[in-house]
Write a protein that binds this ligand. Structure first.
Ligand code: PA5
Length: 429
């Protein structure tokens, strides 16, 4: 098994500081064990076999009929699918079938900007498009509004009967309006298990359906998560990547480091930083505590934000996401040999330049005494991505225990949703 690795040598944390919160860590470890049965998302690596079969059967039926899959969802219903697709398929997947191997284009509409929606509806053909409506609550205004627009369009263009076969819903099996509508209309439906919140839902149909429809091996993704779950049970907590990640972030918070920057050194993991920003921010930003997640990208942000990280306020941790083997070879030609100031690049590969740039930024930060840690994926594939998603979810739950807060609710988000309902006169609000 290829394992992802967490290196925290550059965090500048002494063993004594970790020992100093030993009781708190022991309590958090115990709470994670005691509450495991209530964290339904922790079982997803093991209990999705029937769901996987259903998704693969549905994909087999639908794939020959469609050219586009449009996901309508927001927050936890959108960020994981975007991150996974970007990690495992070409950055230009939608542009050319050469990168898609006949799988459909994927569009994730995770905002309600009318211009974006109209532009998308103008370029897809309803006849060959499947719309996947994803909402745990079955009530989120953004997703429901998009759904209503799409339903109207499909019914106008294809007729009510045919329209039904172009909509698939992923939602709670019991609660919310979406499940009621799906049952009345006869839409194909997948379920978000009860106890699995939006941002912890990547390993259920929320993430698995769009992944399977774009050629991702979803069994390997779940197997990677299951392997990480075993690593996350290591009682030696500093050898347990999720615990170590949480403990070091918690200690940093105590020292006033209220920002955590996730900085992947590959475009493929750029959107992992978006997914993590939601997970860490929405789960832990509570009761006056929390750590602001910032998204960065190497090397791009070496030429913008890194100055601030090295030399600005010492209020942040940088988490690098690196890849040992990017599995691409692009050599820089040996040219300009009479100009050593650029000629030195010749003969090296872009991958080597990327890797060296990551090491250089780690070095610059460490030299300036700035806390940083590195998560390294041996390769980017389904198995390592399953590990990464799961590790960061467990780390977030563990950090919540250390902080003494509930990582699984989002009262601030709900308040905003309720205010919108009130504004539009939804009964009861
Ligand atoms: O993590 C969360 O709970 C939120 O970000 C939700 O995913 C987001 O608000 C969308 O909610 P829903 O899936 O109910 O439409």
């Amino acid at each position: 098994m290829e394992k992802i690795m967490l290196n925290f040598n550059n965090m500048g944390v002494a063993q004594s500081e970790i020992a100093g919160i030993g009781d708190k860590i022991a309590d958090a470890v115990k709470a994670m064990g005691d509450k495991r049965s209530k964290m339904a998302w922790r079982d997803l690596p093991y209990n999705q076999d029937a769901v996987v079969c259903d998704i693969l059967e549905y994909a087999e039926e639908m794939l020959p009929k469609i050219k586009s899959l449009v996901v309508l969802g927001i927050g936890g219903s959108a960020l994981g699918p975007i991150a996974l697709q970007q990690a495992l398929r070409s950055q230009f997947y939608n542009l050319h079938n050469q990168f898609r191997d006949d799988f459909p284009q994927l569009f994730v509409l995770d905002n309600i900007d009318p211009a974006t929606m109209l532009d998308l509806l103008a370029v897809i053909d309803p006849e060959t498009t499947l719309f996947s409506v994803v909402s745990k609550s079955g009530a989120t205004s953004e997703t429901m509004a998009q759904f209503m627009i799409v339903k109207g369009l499909l019914e106008r263009e294809l007729g009510a009967e045919k329209a039904r076969r172009h909509i698939v819903c992923t939602t709670d099996a019991e609660n919310g309006n979406l499940i009621k509508i799906a049952r009345t209309e006869g839409y194909k439906t997948f379920y978000i298990p009860s106890g699995v919140g939006g941002r912890f839902s990547q390993l259920c149909p929320v993430g698995l359906l769009p992944a399977a429809f774009t050629g991702v091996d979803i069994k390997a993704l779940l197997a990677g998560a299951a392997d990480m779950d075993k690593m996350c049970q290591n009682a030696d907590y500093m050898a347990n990547p999720a615990c170590a990640f949480a403990i070091l972030h918690y200690l940093a918070m105590k020292q006033g480091k209220n920002i955590t920057v996730m900085m992947p050194y590959t475009d493929k993991l750029k959107f992992m930083a978006d997914w993590f920003a939601q997970l860490w921010g929405e789960s832990l930003g509570k009761e006056g505590m929390g750590q602001t997640p910032v998204k960065a990208l190497g090397t791009t942000d070496q030429h913008s934000q890194v100055q601030l990280y090295v030399d600005g306020p010492d209020d942040k941790i940088v988490v690098f996401l690196g890849v040992e083997d990017l599995d691409v070879y692009l050599q820089i030609p040996e040219d300009f040999t009479d100009m050593p100031s650029i000629g030195f690049l010749g003969g090296n590969t872009l991958d080597e330049l990327l890797q060296a740039s990551q090491k250089a930024t780690e070095y610059a930060l460490t030299k300036a005494g700035r806390a940083n840690m590195t998560i390294t994926l041996p390769v980017i594939d389904e198995h390592t991505m399953g590990q990464l998603f799961y590790m960061l979810e467990v780390a977030t739950a563990f950090a919540g225990e250390l902080m003494g807060i509930n990582a699984f609710d989002q009262p601030g988000v709900e308040e905003g949703k309720n205010a919108v309902y009130r504004h539009f006169g939804r009964p009861g609000y």
